[in-house]
Design a protein around this ligand. Structure first.
Ligand code: ATP
Length: 620
């Protein structure tokens, strides 16, 4: 007997699955079928193949009757050999068609899942940063992999199993009735005898298995708790040995009972199956025999044998069709989950008629910008500032004050809640997203390099860059010395997330990457993590010429970076607390000045003072 459901796990729904039963609407079914539509022609072939193979598989059962009546009983050797050969030929043909059917089936399923995966991937790429920071990464991957693979299974097994079982049953019934309607009726009466006991035995076994699993979990829990060092210490301190023993013994006893029951349920299950599969044919022989001998002499031995053979072929399809409901609910749940994702609207999209200017200067203006991730907590309050073409602004402020958040609004990783961000005088929401992002280069705090060579990572910014351009960018980013020293040069593997490189090397490669991109606006989020002063200097030397030649924003933690800027914005608690040049701010004697004094006194000892200060320290 095949497992109640060999495809999607046990043939009974778990409580959770019952609770989350999807709502099957006409719209859902229509949507599912819309994925099958492009493969209509292939589906017609599959249906034809299923039909042929179902009929051909059943034919030998009918031929058994001819073999008995026309061959054996009539003692006709030619007829006997003819029907045996015919049976053999038909079986062979049925199997060959079966192969064709499974090829077509797999082909369709693979193509449908190919379409679904691509749609899902393209859709996920359109989702905003909020989607990726909020959703569990595991869930996203599961949706892409297991759920869509589940769909493939639905098409290759659930759908075909419904169709082929239904066809097999219909054909078997037609054949039975055309052979002899009285015997056919007897046959139908016997079917429930085949099916019901095995189903209820299976259900009972499933419930015992679940209970014994729970008991076993409980036992493991007791052992883990009481046999650990600290558990034993507690037991001994409170002299609880007897109580713990009694507890263990009672669960252990319960488990024994369940194990015996489970094993016997399996036994009963097999017995029921064995008995009913052998009793079924006996009943037909008996009833058929009675009809043949007492009421209807036209019934032949061959006809009774045909009926027995056909009944044997009906048993599996009936059982599988009874389990189909479970597969069906699981499949619908899977489709619903996938469609839920498809229906999520990307938060940030190109506006209709988005503007693509001819060139970009990199000017930025914030006009009364308010922003929050969560309405309960506003992160940026009323931020306004202007960055003119070719100028450089440094943003300083405590950790968590909203500096990175502010930066993320420019390339529209998030959209403002109130106010507006302008790029070259145009609201970023009116600009083409592609244009906007192509003209902004960000070197972020956490440099991300793909696992591959340095060259691969650089080409990501400009796929058609020449060797000379790559080398030039590396030289300007102060990383070429390092690359030259490597045996494989630009083809050196950077490892997972670039882990084979130091923090400073990674940063300089990402600067080279931005240089290749050559954006109008450069944003540099300086790493807070400590780098040694030589690495520090190398990075500094790389970014200084960059800043001079283009519009840039620096989230700065070090004095040398701050000094390179034309204007400094001091952000505190999501507000611009102070703004001006280094000289002005030091002269004003406010937050910046105090910060500068405390940090700069340290800087006499270190060449590079660190301007990072935590929330606590900021109350200077
Ligand atoms: P640091 O200097 O440490 O990088 P920062 O000034 O750049 O800090 P932000 O990263 O802008 O600060 O964070 C500002 C506030 O917003 C923090 O309190 C943080 O907890 C919160 N925050 C940041 N990103 C998210 C997010 N994706 N979802 C919700 N809250 C966030």
């Amino acid at each position: 007997m095949p497992p109640p459901n060999g495809r999607l796990g046990p043939g009974y729904l778990t409580d959770e699955e019952k609770k989350n039963r999807p709502k099957v609407t006409k719209g859902l079914i229509k949507r599912i079928f819309s994925y099958l539509k492009p493969y209509r022609l292939q589906l017609v072939f599959v249906l034809a193949a299923i039909l042929c193979s179902a009929v051909l598989t059943l034919l030998p059962s009918v031929l058994t009757g001819r073999i008995i009546d026309d061959g054996l009983i009539a003692q006709n050797m030619r007829a006997l050999i003819f029907y045996i050969l015919l049976s053999f030929g038909v079986t062979l043909l049925a199997n060959l068609i079966g192969i064709l059917e499974s090829y077509l089936n797999t082909w369709i399923a693979q193509h449908i899942t190919f379409d679904m995966r691509n749609t899902m991937y393209a859709h996920l790429q359109k989702m905003s940063m909020r989607f990726f920071t909020t959703n569990n990464q595991g869930d996203i991957i599961t949706r892409m992999t297991s759920d869509i693979s589940g769909v493939q299974q639905i098409i290759t097994s659930t759908l075909t199993s419904i169709i082929s079982n239904a066809i097999t049953l219909t054909v078997a019934l037609i054949l039975m009735f055309s052979e002899n309607w009285k015997l056919a009726l007897v046959g139908i009466a016997v079917v429930p005898l085949f099916v019901l006991p095995t189903r209820s035995a299976g259900k009972r076994r499933w419930s015992i298995t679940k209970r014994s699993q729970e008991a076993s979990d409980e036992i493991n829990g007791i052992l883990n708790e009481t046999l650990s060092v600290s558990g034993q210490l507690l037991v001994k301190q409170f002299s609880m040995e007897k109580r713990e023993y009694d507890h263990y013994e009672s669960v252990n006893r319960r488990m024994i009972g369940l194990n015996i029951k489970e094993s016997m349920a399996g036994r009963w299950f097999r017995m029921a199956l064995g008995t009913f599969t052998s009793i079924g044919p006996m009943l037909i022989y008996l009833v058929g025999g009675i009809i043949m001998m007492r009421f209807d002499k036209t019934i032949t031995v061959g006809q009774i044998s045909v009926l027995v053979a056909l009944l044997g072929k009906m048993y599996m399809p009936v059982n599988q069709l009874l389990n189909i409901q479970v597969d069906w609910i699981r499949s619908m749940a899977m489709f619903t989950r996938i469609f839920d994702y498809y229906d999520m609207k990307p938060e940030i999209e190109n506006a209709p008629g988005a503007i693509i200017p001819d060139s970009a200067g990199g000017e930025v203006e914030f006009r009364n910008v308010r922003f929050y991730y969560d309405p309960e907590r506003e992160i940026l309050h009323d931020i306004s500032f202007t960055l003119s073409k070719g100028k450089c602004i440094a943003i300083v402020g405590p950790s968590g004050s909203g500096k990175s958040t502010l930066i993320n609004l420019i390339p529209r990783f998030y959209d403002v809640i109130e106010g507006s961000v302008l790029f070259d005088g145009k609201d970023v929401r009116e600009l083409d997203l592609g244009f906007l992002r192509e003209n902004i280069g960000i070197v972020s705090q956490e440099t991300y390099l793909f696992n591959g060579t340095i060259r691969d990572n650089l080409l990501y910014a400009k796929p058609d860059a020449t060797e000379a351009e790559l080398i030039e960018a590396c030289k300007r980013a102060n990383i070429y010395d390092f690359i030259e020293k490597q045996d494989t040069g630009l083809d050196t593997i950077v490892g997972n997330r670039g882990l084979k490189l130091s923090g400073g090397e990674k940063q300089r490669i990402s600067i080279a990457r931005i240089l290749l991109k050559d954006p109008a606006l450069m944003i540099f989020d300086e790493a807070t993590s400590a780098l040694d002063s030589i690495s520090e200097q190398k990075i500094q030397d790389a970014i200084e010429p960059l800043i001079e030649s283009r519009t840039s924003i620096l989230i700065a933690h070090r004095l040398s970076t701050i000094l390179a800027a034309d204007e400094i914005l001091v952000i505190k608690d999501g507000e611009i607390a102070e703004r001006g040049t280094h000289k002005e701010l030091v002269g004003a004697g406010g937050v910046y000045a105090q910060l500068y004094e405390t940090q700069f006194s340290k800087a006499t000892e270190h060449t590079q003072p660190d301007f990072t200060y935590s929330e606590g320290e900021s109350e200077i």
